[in-house]
Design a protein around this ligand. Structure first.
Ligand code: GLC
Length: 585
């Protein structure tokens, strides 16, 4: 099967050679992304964290019936695709990212009948569903692992990575979630170590084993056969490993992606997966992580490689630090990624997800004066850039970090285990809590704020994680009736993007590059040009856009006065956090 790919690659290399020869006789190539249209480039993806979205039965945990009850709300946002975090059976060490049965629904979330009803309800509303596929690791409570650990002779032994203890301790591997940061856990049953890049309850699967790979493809076919519309491949860049486990240089964990991402045969596995699954069903595919270079990212997503449709890179979300960030850095990163994919390949655009704190608290300004404006400004950025927008639930309301002040309020395995690590190693616990208040994933996981009733209308019971106290005034019900709310602004944005392909495919050009406060850029397609200007600061700022906007049509503004910013021949004066979208004449 993998050999067949060589002939396919040969075929594509000859096409490439031919087109290179032809292109030397042609005028400059148009922006390639404009010609290669695809449905998954044109959609807006809305990410739902099921545990925190809506609880239907009062147990304090969001569930599938809860999502079903909100389908009309989701539809009203104007989004096309829902990405659901894992909903499979799981002991919930890492909120569903530790799967114990890939073909069943987590008890907290409901039943397979609920799932079928959810999918039907989405499809009736022309909303597609993307499922999270967590196959770098499983739960240690999965029957594969139970079998695998039972003896060295188990037929499932090679589903995971084992190192027999008489060989001594294997070379150090850093674990992201382990209390001791140690990814090797000794298991007494067979006197051997198993590998877990994440928590001890998330043993890494062995992708070198063709039987394991086939099991995964069968699972994917099971869900694709049910009619789902895509897969998000969780942590998949780590799936392939050098299983001789050579030592890595000391301190490598500070830059572990360099050593963990894109291991041997990863592309073979993806091509095999493509052949087995993606090529046979009308599904989209997106990888979490884009490797360590543009080359890696291209090799994941370039269409002629027949691997994945897109990936999401972390460099953009990693910019925000507790001490702040500079707009110059932000522009530089997003512009660099755009230019690397201007001709070929496709990426996603996002500023938040379930692994990040809230967008407005990290990248905007969540003070009472500017929360609303800065949140709308950031949404404008996501919805006017090239790439498929992935928009995290609650950001359409401008939800903010809960900033819990004590460890007892946190639920995330990574926060709790790192706290323990700090404690064991004499770390500064107060400083650590300060860090969590800014960057803990739990900030993005507090219950969705539906209304001002108890527990924000999320549950009638006790929520699994505290509700942000600002729900009394910051909630969907309050924003529904306000035409100028974040919520209604987001609806305008999705409509604008859907109706104007220029925002999807148009060429991106950065303007006024060194402006420390304003991010301005144009999108161009088929002779049309749009200008987007975003003030990332809390003061009035002028942008030298070098374009005459006096007769430009204001398509959208996050300020209520219809006039938009003051315009001079080639400059705009933007109010604090002002965001404007112009169509140029
Ligand atoms: C991914 C998920 C994250 C999870 C981890 C381990 O990064 O997005 O939530 O904890 O993988 O599965």
């Amino acid at each position: 099967m993998l050999a067949a790919n060589w002939s396919t690659r040969l075929y594509y290399s000859s096409i490439l050679l031919l087109s290179l020869l032809l292109s030397s006789c042609r005028p400059a190539q148009p922006d390639a992304s404009q010609s290669e249209k695809a449905w998954w480039k044109e959609v807006v993806v809305y990410q739902i964290y099921p545990r925190s979205f809506k609880d239907s039965d009062g147990d304090g945990v969001g569930d599938l019936k809860g999502i079903i009850s909100k389908l009309d709300y989701i539809k009203s946002l104007g989004v096309d695709v829902v990405w659901l975090n894992p909903i499979y059976s799981s002991p919930n060490d890492d909120n569903g990212y530790d799967v114990s049965d890939y073909r069943n629904i987590m008890k907290d979330f409901g039943t397979m009948a609920d799932f079928d009803a959810l999918l039907k309800g989405m499809h009736e509303r022309h909303i597609k569903l993307v499922m999270d596929l967590v196959v770098n690791h499983s739960s240690d409570e999965h029957k594969w692992f139970q079998e695998s650990r039972s003896s060295r002779q188990s037929p499932y032994r090679n589903y995971y990575h084992w190192w027999d203890a008489e060989r001594g301790k294997p070379a150090y591997r850093y674990s992201l979630f382990d209390i001791n940061h140690d990814a090797w856990k000794w298991d007494s049953v067979s006197n051997a170590y198993y590998l877990h890049y994440f928590s001890r309850k998330q043993p890494d699967l062995n992708w070198e084993n063709p039987r394991l790979r086939q099991e995964v493809y069968d699972i994917m076919k099971f869900w694709a056969g049910k009619g789902i519309d895509g897969f998000r491949l969780d942590a998949f860049q780590f799936a392939a490993k050098d299983t001789s486990f050579p030592p890595f240089p000391q301190g490598y964990e500070k830059n572990f992606i360099e050593y963990y991402a894109m291991g041997p045969h990863l592309h073979d596995y993806l091509r095999e997966m493509n052949q087995e699954v993606f090529s046979k069903y009308p599904v989209m595919s997106v990888a979490e992580g884009a490797g360590k270079s543009f080359k890696d990212a291209h090799e994941l997503v370039d269409a002629d490689r027949h691997e994945l449709n897109m990936a999401y890179a972390f460099e953009g979300v990693d910019i925000a630090k507790p001490e702040g960030y500079t707009l110059a850095h932000f522009k530089e990163v997003f512009s660099r990624w755009d230019s690397a994919f201007a001709q070929k390949g496709w990426l996603s655009i996002f500023l938040a997800n379930h692994d990040q704190a809230r967008m407005v608290s990290r990248f905007g300004n969540d003070s009472s004066a500017f929360r609303d404006l800065s949140s709308k400004m950031l949404s404008t950025f996501i919805m006017t850039m090239r790439g498929t927008p992935y928009y995290y639930n609650g950001d359409e309301l401008g939800m903010t970090n809960a900033r819990f002040g004590q460890i007892e309020d946190y639920r995330d395995v990574s926060a709790l285990n790192e706290y323990q690590h700090q404690k064991n190693t004499g770390g500064d616990l107060q400083k650590f809590i300060q860090r969590l208040r800014f960057e803990s994933r739990d900030n993005g996981r507090t219950p969705f704020q539906w209304d001002s009733t108890a527990q924000a209308g999320f549950t009638t019971g006790k929520p699994w994680i505290g509700v942000n106290p600002n729900y009394t005034w910051l909630n969907a019900a309050a924003q529904e009736g306000d035409p100028n709310s974040c919520l209604n602004y987001f609806r305008k944005l999705t409509k604008l993007r859907k109706e104007n392909g220029i925002l999807v495919y148009g060429k991106y050009t950065l303007l006024d590059k060194d402006n420390p406060s304003v991010y301005a850029y144009t999108r161009e397609m088929e002779g049309k040009k749009w200008l987007i200007a975003l003030n990332f600061s809390a003061h009035t700022a002028e942008a030298q856009v070098g374009l005459n906007t006096t007769n430009a049509r204001l398509m959208l503004s996050n300020y209520t006065a219809a006039s938009g910013p003051a315009r001079k021949a080639s400059a705009l004066t933007l109010r604090p956090y002002e965001a404007v979208v112009f169509q140029l004449p």
